[in-house]
Design a binder for this molecule. Structure first.
Ligand SMILES: *Cc1c(COP(=O)(O)O)cnc(C)c1O
Length: 496
């Protein structure tokens, strides 16, 4: 990696001559580099002692919230515990040191892992074939809608320009449809948070390429009319796309493939316990029914005899959607999780996720109103619109929770609920942890009534309090010296 002089200046803890490691100079071979190729300037790396480097990174990490340090009830995004055996497997040199261009016969273990992961996902979702390439949920959606477009195009059906999305949908759904060139049409939810069948019928015609649906939807409730919805869409020649980013409540209970969906994506980094957040790598495998297999991206794995090989490129493939074979490390973690937990374990995961969510919902429904007040699946949404009358918004409650040692739930989403607070505990949390969270929520409800300013100005206990989101993006402060300077300027301005 090349580091520019400017970057070098930001390594302010650097001290000329300091070293983490010292190389035994006499044992290093002397290289003779042709004159024209030799480096003219010294490498601009920060110069630090090992202790300085360790403290730098450990102290940075202590400023952060993570699943390993705090309860993280982020609705829709499933932040569940990542068992450390997954990390152990992903770090094994036998996997980590492979090269993506190795010949299949030299990487049969890895290829078998890919094939068995695909088998597992097929069984869990009821689809016929999976590509493991997409690197995230949104990337899976992009792949899926490219498949939709290729499918209709292959039938000479060029009039389909519309993609339907419910008003409770995740923001990536309309964004993806627009990116692929479709016109996005919103479908209204009914009073019980489900797709309103009459609104659906009103916008359904033979210009519809597909309907994108999350089930259970982002309000945490199941679309009971799914079979009727599938029939209506298919009758008009449209396809059904399943946003399975969050499959946590369905494992071993119900399958999108049986509900009539043609394409699904699943987020391994949510449901299958591999870590995510901070823009890190994820995996959003896409599964399809038979009629869409000819359009799939390649390469695909395929079992042959005792071995596994790369399958021939599908006839009308949309092409590659990612370099090489996807984020293998993430796939491997999900594979280990599936193998470890097994078929019965998966069912218990979903039962636990549903039980935990309903425990929290039942305890909190008298504190703040629930958007759809009936038993939920893996998550539920509270509405803080009464608090808004006191000037306190959902985001403020999220901030105040940080002071009590809880990561904020998802706030201000889904958009159909005003002042939404979306909570998903996941199956990996204990009752004790959830009870502490309930206490914190009750305390905040009391504060909203008695001293709303306290909630509005939270958090009080964190190194970063209320960053100006716009300024943080436009004029980021990336080094602590800049921060000290900014604070000095601000202090001076206050003194006058
Ligand atoms: C998280 C999520 C997505 C997007 O997944 P990414 O991996 O973040 O791109 C899409 N839909 C739903 C319902 C989600 O929860």
């Amino acid at each position: 990696m090349l580091i520019s002089r400017d970057d070098r200046l930001s390594f302010e803890k650097s001290n000329p001559g300091r070293r983490c490691v010292t190389m035994p100079k006499e044992r290093l071979a002397k290289a003779s580099v042709p004159a024209g190729l030799a480096r003219r300037d010294p490498l601009l790396f920060p110069e630090l002692a090992e202790l300085d480097a360790i403290r730098h990174f450990i102290n940075l990490s202590r400023k952060n919230f993570s699943v390993d340090t705090h309860f993280y009830p982020l609705g829709s995004c499933t932040m569940k515990y990542n068992p450390k055996i997954n990390e152990w497997a992903a770090r094994r040199e036998k996997f980590a040191a492979l090269h993506p261009l190795q010949k299949p016969e030299t990487v049969q273990g890895m290829m078998r892992m890919l094939a068995e992961l695909e088998d597992g996902l097929r069984e869990i979702t009821g689809m016929d074939r999976f590509t493991l390439q997409p690197a995230a949920g949104a990337h899976g959606e992009l792949t899926g809608l490219m498949l939709v477009r290729a499918y209709h195009a292959s039938r000479g059906d060029s009039k389909r320009m519309k993609v339907l999305v419910p008003d409770s949908s995740h923001g990536t759904n309309p964004a993806t449809a627009a990116l692929v060139g479709y016109r996005v049409i919103e479908v209204k939810s009914n009073a019980r948070g489900r797709v309103d069948l009459e609104s659906l019928k009103a916008v359904l015609d033979d210009h519809v390429a597909c309907l994108m649906l999350t089930n259970p939807n982002t309000l945490g409730v199941f679309e009971e009319n799914i079979l009727e919805i599938a029939r209506l869409v298919h009758e008009k020649g449209g396809l059904l796309y399943y946003d399975g980013a969050n499959l946590n409540p369905l494992l071993g209970i119900a399958r999108p493939g049986d509900m009539g969906f043609d394409i699904v994506h699943v987020n391994l980094h949510k449901t299958f316990s591999t870590p995510h957040g901070g823009g890190g790598p994820g995996a959003g495998p896409v599964g399809v029914k038979k009629h869409l297999v000819p359009f799939m991206p390649y390469p695909l794995v395929e079992k042959k005899g005792d071995g596994v090989q790369w399958a021939p490129k599908p006839q009308r493939s949309i092409g590659r959607v990612k370099s090489f074979h996807g984020n293998i490390g993430v796939l491997l973690r999900a594979y280990v999780y599936l193998k470890m937990i097994g078929r019965d374990g998966l069912l218990r995961v979903s039962e636990g996720a549903i039980l935990n969510a309903n425990y929290l919902r039942e305890k909190l429904r008298t504190v703040f109103p629930v958007a759809v007040d009936e038993p939920c699946l893996h998550e539920f949404v509270l509405s803080l619109k009464q608090a808004a009358a006191k000037g306190v918004h959902a985001g403020d409650v999220g901030k105040r929770l940080l002071d009590f040692g809880f990561h904020a739930p998802t706030v201000h989403f889904p958009l159909v609920v005003s002042e939404a607070l979306m909570i998903e505990p996941t199956e990996t949390e204990s009752r004790e942890t959830m009870d502490l969270f309930i206490e914190a929520m009750k305390r905040i409800a009391f504060e909203i009534e008695t001293e709303p300013a306290k909630v509005k100005n939270a958090p009080y206990t964190l190194p970063v309090r209320r960053p100006n989101d716009v300024l943080a993006a436009r004029k980021p402060i990336l080094t602590y010296r800049d921060l000290l300077r900014e604070e000095a300027v601000a202090a001076e301005a206050r003194v006058g």
